[in-house]
Design a protein around this ligand. Sequence first.
Ligand SMILES: [Zn+2]
Length: 334
Amino acid sequence: MAAVATPQQLADLVQQQQADEAAALEEQTAEEADGGAGGALAGLVAVALAAWVAAFGALAVIGGGLMLARLLAGLRADVDRAASGLGRRSRRVLEGALADAAGMGARHAVDFARRASGDDIGVPGVDVPEAALDAARGLTDVVTEQLRLAARLLAPRTISGSGWRGVVLALAAAKRAATLVRQTVAWAVHRAVNDGAAQVAQQLGARGLWVAEPDACVRCLAYAGHLTDRDGHFPGGLSMDPHSRSTLKAAIEGPPLHPACRCRLVPWMPDWGTGPGSLPELLRDQAWRSIAAGRGRPTESHAARRRAARALLARRGLSARVRRQATATAAGRS
Ligand SMILES: [Zn+2]
């Protein structure tokens, strides 16, 4: 029997070491799936700008006729070349990575359980979750549709009305194909990692414990330290911000809660405790500190964070420091 780790050591294991490993797998998969398409598509704005100025003299001038038709045909070909093979490549790469991701999740969950219990536990085989596979299989169509939209936007009839602004919009639509690939890879890899961990939890007869990122969004922070019910589900629609709470949302199996979510699920046995000094409580305290500090994600509004801080103040058991900080955040002073 090995030494049992402290709650802080367990939190560090999941939130740092294991999170870094999962992030590296995500990054590697995303790079391979992208295959340089994202950079090539982004570079087309400069190409188009040079071509436009060369053809019409200035961005404000809307050329027409053969000149415009030729310029746009060239740009459509540039888009095709930049995104060449993206749909099929990203599907193949992601499908291939999901077994590694689920296996990593299982290994992480077993490492965690060993250190939480001191017991020697074997790593079981796990399946790739269907939802992650579906996301991978859908990539070819997602990319095709996005590129088709970009091609439509690069038609002479559209651009003769909108001018240069329309070209920028069309190229942004093309670039979005690569963005969607990255988002899908991120979501599916983390879904598979967490599902691998959930399968281990189930085989151990354990609950699933939600380990949020320390600086997660108001919705994810509401799950920090939460345990699954007997069916392996978390309630849907939780949020630290009362405005984004929903009692109508269906129960969920675990993280990721959204495409940019990097929260983790770990197994938690009933006799490992949930009271003072336990990991679930440590995670909840971490979430409360984050809400009190009021530093939101770039995607979050200050208002959401202020409301969350105000809601936090209604809770019992806040430390004096957290209460002071939350008061300042709720008043918009942080
Ligand atoms: Zn999250």
